[in-house]
Each structure stands twice: as C-alpha cells, then as structure tokens.
Design a protein around this ligand. Structure first.
Ligand SMILES: [Zn+2]
Length: 461
C-alpha cells in the first residue's frame, strides 16, 4: 500500500471508510508534520513508487538500474543522476512505462491527453487514487480559507468530460441550450470552458452555485461577463486552477461576486501540485501527492530565489510512473512559510517555457510587461503578445475602443524599449483569444519557436 506514515503503516483495505475519507484523514495528519517528518513520509511513498516502476515496467527497469544497489536497496545519493523525463520520452516510450497490475486500492486507471508545446498531445495514464488524493488536497486547501465542502459548486471542464458525466449524480449544462440537464438538485454543476462566459453564468444562476472552480482564464472571463450583466450573483468562493490568478482577476472577483478567491497549481499529467497559502500568498506543494524539484539549466537543484524548471514525480501515479517529469513550467522556491506548515513554498510560477521569447542574437527570457500598459494604451480587455519572427511580434487584443482612441505608436515604443530592440510590431484585433488545447490562455506565446520546432519534427520524421 502506498499510503503510509513514518511512524505507522496505514492499510487502506482495513479501514471502514471510503478512499476519499481515508485520504482526507491522512492529509489532515500529515499537514501537521514538521519538515523532517514530511520528508520521511514522502520518501517512503517515493521508495514504493520507484520499486514498483523498477520491477513492473521495461522502461524503468533499465533507467532506474543504477539507482538500485544489491537488488532492492535504493541509493538515494544517485537520485540526481536519474535522467529528467521529457515529453518526447513519453511520446516515444509511453507504452513501456505502463504498470499492468496496479497496487490494491489504486485503480481503476484512466487515460488523459495533454497538449504538447507544439500542440501535439501526449497520452498519460493516471489512477483513481491520484484523483481522489487531489480532491482531498483541494478540500484541505478550502479549509485553510474557512471553507467547508457543503456548498453548491460550478466546476469547469472540457465539453467531452461534461458529456461523459453520470447525469444521475451531476447537474450538467448543454451547449447552445440554457436549460440545465441531469440531476438538477445535485450540489455539483459541470460546464465547459469552451462555452461563453454568459452561458456559464446563466447555468450557474439556475443551479444556484455558490462556488466556482475552473481555469484561471475562464474565471476571469466569467467575472468580466458578470460585470456587464444586471442580474446579481453572490458567490462565496472562486478558485482559479492551472495557474496563478492575475491581480486583475482577483480584483474583479472581489468587486463583482464579493467572493473570496485563491489559486491552485495543477496540471493534467500530474494533477494537484500546490495550493495557495492564505497567510503568505505562496503556493504550498502537496508533498504527500508529488515530489517537486526545481532544477537549473545544468539539472542542479535551485536555491530559494533562483528560477528553474519544474520537475514533478506524482507519487500515486502508479498506472504510468512519471519519475522526474519535466512539466514545462518555470518556478522559484520561496522561504519557509510563516503559517507554520512544513510543505515547501513556491514563491512564483513563471509560466510555460514555451512562453519565453528569444530574438535574433539574444538570449531566452520571460517577456513580462504589465497589463496596465495594454489597458491604458490599447484600451484592451484582453491581449496576447506573440513572437512571430526573429525580430517580429504581433499584439493581439480585444478592445471596445476604435483605432482613433488607442495609441499603437506608444505601445510599439514601449515594446521596443522593454526588449531593447528595434522590433517590428504588428497589431491584430480579435474577438476571441486563442486558448491551448488544454484550455490555457497564454499572454506571451512564441509562435516563431513553435514553427521552428514543427519543422525540426517534420525533418526528423
Ligand atoms: Zn503557508
């Protein structure tokens, strides 16, 4: 059994409770662990996952061989020598990472596709226990905000997931119809991020949802749409998942819904990574669920304050172990949190690596220009800057103002000064901002690099 503590082994099969109740109880206990207890607990989980991967999969039998001394003894000194797992490894060798016989209590397994950096999805296999533990970790974070779980929830997912839900259990929205379907008295309503914010709001109203959980960008759009409506919706709690909420989204949610809000750092492949702390505003890693590392360019661990690549090992990912998986994000460790929880703090999640820009003759960098400039100069509600060539960017924006009221020249000047380059800046008005296949909105997108990647892949195949 993978769930065990440093001082006690807990066997799930012997408990007269549901998996969810069990994991919730474990997480309430581990939440009080000190740093050493938490590290010991995590290592005991990790050891079990490594043994499983080593014995049950062809891929890891070879990859982890140097890590195992005298058969079954793990050589933790060699941890940093285990190669980082890339998306390309999963694409190429994913089948040989699959565990056929899941440990008791972990299954069933499920398949999910995640969008790649060039829009090519990869398929990964997760476990029921992974999802359940994620839900329990989410509930724990809700509790930090004084929020108990008997409210009516609106949950955002993709249209296919909404379609597949059990309608005896869920209230579900229907695309193009304002009617609520399924079990209308259910406390859980499912909507799709592909639907308009107005449609989602109308369904929330019928359902009388008091809480919302969905992509940070969907949340922002919903708040934006509500600001323009006459009808009043009071919400208690709105959670933005996948990435941190922008300061603007937080402000809108407070203004429009009078709700509390916080963010969760999640991903399809590895599920719930970290939750925002109400005390420091940093993100506490769910160390019971994942081992998170931040590595520099030479794969050395980063110290607090240094930005590096996020590497995740999901501890309950027993259907297809992803050991030292490079998620594609950049992040920075923070200092220990004043709230007293020993779970490591992520001070900043800097976004996707594919959002970095690299102009001719220059180095890669995270292109950050405050939202205020786009709002003031372009009167933009939403915007996206794309690198489209070696010295070219395109600003896509949604703005109610006509051209005579916006200042493209000043915006171009600002971009050129910010990047110290004589860039060619093009402008394009759009009505909808493009999202990635996973529903993520990227404020900075490197189309130029994606084209180069796509060409390299074509040439290689
Ligand atoms: Zn904290």
């Amino acid at each position: 059994m993978l769930i065990s503590g440093p001082n006690e082994m807990i066997s799930m099969g012997e408990q007269q409770e549901t998996t969810q109740q069990f994991v919730t109880r474990v997480l309430a206990k581990t939440e009080t662990f000190n740093k050493q207890e938490l590290a010991d607990y995590q290592r005991s989980q990790l050891a079990q996952l490594l043994r499983l991967a080593h014995t049950e999969t062809a891929f890891y039998r070879k990859r982890l061989a140097p890590f195992f001394r005298k058969g079954d003894i793990l050589d933790w000194q060699k941890w940093n020598d285990i190669p980082v797992l890339k998306r390309a490894d999963i694409k190429e060798h994913g089948e040989t990472m699959i565990v056929k016989n899941l440990p008791k209590g972990h299954g069933p397994s499920y398949e999910t596709a995640s969008s790649g950096t060039t829009g090519t999805p990869i398929t990964v296999h997760g476990t029921y226990l992974m999802l359940t533990a994620g839900t329990a970790a989410f509930a724990r974070a809700c509790r930090w905000y004084g929020h108990v779980n008997n409210d009516r929830y609106c949950l955002v997912m993709n249209a296919a997931q909404v379609e597949a839900l059990d309608r005896n259990v869920w209230a579900v929205g229907i695309e193009g119809s304002d009617r609520l379907e399924g079990n209308k008295s259910s406390s859980r309503l499912a909507v799709s991020w592909t639907w308009s914010a107005e449609h989602i709001l109308s369904l929330m109203e019928q359902h009388r949802s008091s809480c919302f959980s969905g992509y940070a960008t969907t949340l922002e759009n919903v708040a934006e749409a509500q600001m323009k409506r006459c009808a009043d919706i009071k919400m208690k709690f709105m959670v933005g998942v996948s990435m941190a909420l922008t300061p603007r989204a937080r402000k809108l949610v407070t203004q429009v819904f009078n709700a509390r809000t916080y963010s969760a750092y999640t991903s399809k492949e590895v599920h719930k990574v970290a939750h925002e702390c109400p005390v420091s505003g940093g993100f506490h890693v769910n160390s019971e669920l994942v081992l998170m590392e931040i590595l520099d360019d030479s794969d050395k661990p980063c110290a607090p304050g240094e930005t590096g690549r996020v590497i995740i090992t999901p501890l309950f990912g027993t259907a297809q172990p992803l050991i030292r998986y490079e998620l594609g994000d950049l992040a920075t460790w923070g200092e220990p949190c004043p709230c007293g929880r020993a779970h490591p703090i992520i001070a900043r999640i800097d976004g996707r690596i594919r959002n970095q820009f690299q102009f001719a003759g220059g180095h890669r960098f995270m292109p950050g220009i405050g939202h205020e400039a786009f709002r003031d100069l372009l009167k933009a509600d939403q915007w996206q800057v794309a690198q489209t060539g070696p010295l070219d960017v395109e600003v896509r924006f949604i703005s109610p103002a006509s051209d005579e009221f916006i200042d493209k020249a000043a915006m171009t000047d600002l971009l050129q000064k910010s990047y110290s380059l004589n860039l060619n800046v093009a402008y394009r008005r759009v009505t909808i901002m493009p999202l990635t296949p996973a529903g993520k909105f990227m404020d900075y997108v490197n189309k130029y690099e994606m084209q180069i990647d796509a060409r390299a892949n074509e040439n290689a195949s």
